[in-house]
Design a protein around this ligand. Structure first.
Ligand code: UD1
Ligand code: MG
Length: 454
C-alpha cells in the first residue's frame, strides 16, 4: 500500500478534549507503544497511500497541530471552533473535501489500533459498489455505541445512536466504530444536509448513511475484531490499548524470528526493529528508535532508547543503552553499563559497571570495570576516543576531551586528563609502598592496648 493514491483523502478527527483522561495534555497526545494516539492514526492514514490528509483539532491545541505537522508535514490542519458533533468536525475540513475528487476516509484520533488491512477491506467494499462503508464490530457490551441497522440483503440501512434507538434497536450488537469511507458523487451535499434535531442536539456524521440511501446510494458494513477499534477515553482504556499493542508487537517479533523467553515481560515501541535469531531474556524495555540486528543476545533487565545493536552483539544483563548508542558487531556490553552517544566498534567490550558517554570505543578495545567517561564539566559535553585494541584498566576516570591511542594501556585506578599515545602505558596513581612484617607488629601492639583498657 505504499503507492500514492491521488483519489483518496483521509480526515482524522482529533478535536475532543478527552476530559476523562484528567490531563493537561489533549487526549490524542497520550501514548501507546511510545507514540501518540493521533500519531498511530496519522501513520495508518499514511499507509493508505492517500495523497491528501486532513487533521481536525480543537482550539488551543497547538501541541496537537505540531504533532500532526511533524508526522505528516503535507497534512492540512483544520480547527473545529465548537464541538457540535462528528459531522460538524468533518465539515471543519470542508475546504479539503470540496476541492477533492475521489474517496474520503474518516478516522478518529483516539482509536489507535486499526490495521491497514482493515482499511483495505473497506476500500475493497467501495470498489464492490458501496458508496458509504462503515467499519463495524460485534460489541461485547454495545452500551454507548451507534448501532448498525442492516436490511435483509446485508446492506446498511442506518446507524442509530443509542439515545435515538428503540429497545429493539438497542438489542443490536453490531456497532459503529466511527470509521467511515465514502465514494459519493457529492459528499458535501450529503454532509451539509445533516441536521442536529436529535437527543444530543449534535450534528451526527452517522446520519450520512440514511441521507445517502435516500439519494439512491448504497451503504455497506465491513466488520473487524472489537479490540482493533478500541477508542481511548480514560487511563484504563489507555492501558488496555497498550496491552493489545504489546501483544501484537511480541507476536510480530517472534513471527519474524526472535526468541522471547517471557514475551509478556518484553516491551516494544511502535518502531522497534528486531532481527532474526535474536534472543531476548525477561524484562526488557525498548523505547522508540531502537534497532537490533540479527543474532544479538539481550540478557535480562535491559533498557533501550534510540540505540542500535549490530549483529552478534551481547547486551546485559542490566545494561542501559541511551540515545546514540551504537554497539558494533560481536561487541559485549555487560551488567550495569550505561552507553550514550557512543560508537562501540566491532568486538569491543565493556562488561561491568561503566559509564560510556559521548565517545568512540575502537574495535576490540576493553573497557574495565568501573570505568567512567567524565564527559560533562557542568557546562559542556566533551568526547572520549578510545583507539582500537586499547585496554582501559578498572576504575579509571577518563576526563574528556581525551584520546587513548590504538593499543595503549591505562593502568587501573588512573584519572586520565591528557591524551595517551598509541602503544603507551598511562598510569596516574601514587606509588605503592610495601612494609614487610608490618601486620604482625600492628596486631601485637593493638591487642596489648586493648588488654590494658579492659
Ligand atoms: C461516535 C459515533 C457512534 C460510534 C462511536 C464509536 C457519531 C454521531 N456517533 O459516538 O456511532 O459508535 O463514535 O466510538 O458519530 N469529535 C470531534 N468534534 C466533535 C465531536 C467529536 O472532533 O464535535 C471527535 C472526537 O474527538 C472523537 C470522535 O470525533 O475522536 C468521536 O466523538 P465522540 O463524541 O466520542 O462520539 P461518540 O458519542 O462516542
Ligand atoms: Mg466516543
Amino acid at each position: 500500500m505504499s503507492k500514492t493514491n491521488p483519489g483518496l483523502l483521509t480526515i482524522v478527527l482529533a478535536a475532543g478534549k478527552g476530559t476523562r483522561m484528567k490531563s493537561a495534555l489533549p487526549k490524542v497526545l497520550h501514548q501507546v507503544g511510545g507514540r501518540s494516539l493521533v500519531g498511530h492514526v496519522i501513520g495508518l492514514a499514511a499507509e493508505t497511500g492517500a495523497a491528501h490528509h486532513a487533521v481536525v483539532i480543537g482550539p488551543d491545541m497547538d501541541n496537537v497541530r505540531a504533532e500532526a505537522t511533524r508526522l505528516a508535514p503535507a497534512a492540512s490542519v483544520f480547527v473545529q471552533r465548537d464541538q457540535l458533533g462528528t459531522a460538524d468536525a468533518v465539515l471543519s475540513a470542508r475546504e479539503a473535501i470540496a476541492s477533492h475528487i475521489g474517496d474520503v476516509i474518516v478516522l478518529y484520533g483516539d482509536t489507535p489500533l486499526i490495521r491497514a488491512a482493515t482499511l483495505e477491506g473497506m476500500r475493497a467494499a467501495l470498489d464492490g459498489g458501496a458508496n458509504v462503508v462503515v467499519l463495524g464490530f460485534e460489541a461485547a457490551d454495545p452500551t454507548g455505541y451507534g448501532r448498525l441497522l442492516t436490511g435483509p440483503s446485508g446492506d446498511l440501512e442506518a446507524i442509530r445512536e443509542e439515545k435515538e434507538a428503540s429497545p429493539a434497536e438497542r438489542a443490536v450488537r453490531l456497532c459503529n466504530s466511527g470509521v467511515l469511507a465514502f465514494r459519493c458523487p457529492d459528499l458535501m451535499s450529503i454532509l451539509t444536509r445533516i441536521g442536529n434535531a436529535n437527543a444530543k442536539g449534535e450534528f451526527y456524521l452517522t446520519d450520512a448513511v440514511e441521507i445517502a440511501r435516500k439519494d439512491g446510494l448504497r451503504a455497506a458494513v465491513v466488520v473487524c475484531p472489537e479490540e482493533e477499534v478500541l477508542g481511548i477515553n480514560s487511563r484504563d482504556q489507555l492501558a488496555a490499548a497498550e496491552a493489545i499493542f504489546q501483544t501484537r508487537a511480541r507476536r510480530y517479533a517472534m513471527a519474524e524470528g526472535a526468541t522471547l523467553i517471557a514475551p509478556e515481560t518484553v516491551w516494544f515501541s511502535f518502531d522497534t526493529r528486531i532481527g532474526r535469531d535474536v534472543v531476548i531474556e525477561p524484562n526488557v524495555f525498548f523505547g522508540p528508535g531502537v534497532s537490533i540486528e540479527d543474532n544479538v543476545t539481550i540478557h535480562a533487565n535491559c533498557h533501550f532508547l534510540q540505540a542500535v545493536v549490530r549483529a552478534g552483539a551481547r547486551i546485559g544483563p542490566f545494561a542501559r543503552l541511551r540515545p546514540g548508542a551504537d554497539i558494533g558487531p560481536d561487541a559485549h556490553i555487560g551488567n550495569f553499563v550505561e552507553v550514550k552517544n557512543t560508537i562501540v566498534e566491532a568486538g569491543a567490550k565493556a562488561n561491568h559497571l561503566a559509564y560510556v558517554g559521548d565517545g568512540r570505543v575502537g574495535a576490540g578495545a576493553n573497557i574495565g570495570a568501573g570505568t567512567i567517561f567524565c564527559n560533562y564539566d557542568g557546562f559542556n559535553k566533551h568526547r572520549t576516543e578510545i583507539g582500537a585494541g586499547a585496554f582501559v584498566g578498572s576504575n579509571s576516570a577518563l576526563v574528556a576531551p581525551v584520546r587513548i591511542g590504538n593499543g595503549a594501556y591505562v593502568g587501573s585506578g588512573s584519572v586520565i586528563t591528557r591524551d595517551v599515545p598509541a602503544g603507551a602505558l598511562a598510569l596516574e596513581r601514587s606509588e605503592q609502598k610495601v612494609v614487610e612484617g608490618w601486620a604482625e607488629k600492628f596486631r601485637t601492639l593493638m591487642s596489648r592496648k586493648k588488654a590494658k583498657t579492659a
